[in-house]
Design a protein around this ligand. Sequence first.
Ligand code: ZN
Length: 102
Amino acid sequence: MCDRCASDQIQDEVHALFMCRNADICALRVKYAYLFSQFSGNFSVEHPYLQQHISAQVVHDFLLQHNNKLFSFMSELMDFVLTGEDQSQADQSNSLAEGPPM
Ligand SMILES: [Zn+2]
């Protein structure tokens, strides 16, 4: 189950891209709203997430759209989704770096 929102949905790529209700991820969708123009009618500023599952074909089309901002969106989205893991890795490397040499 997704640990970023209260939707009780499995946290997979489709959920993170279109359905997660996490405030940070929703804000990101609003920021990159033009990437979601094909979903106009389903998305709004107040509810920038899909409420029903979409087909694999729609996901495919979204990921293949010709827009160089798609990678910026994906990169920022992954930062949010992976924030917890990144933080613990950063702490580990910090303690290693601060350790005495040999
Ligand atoms: Zn979620």
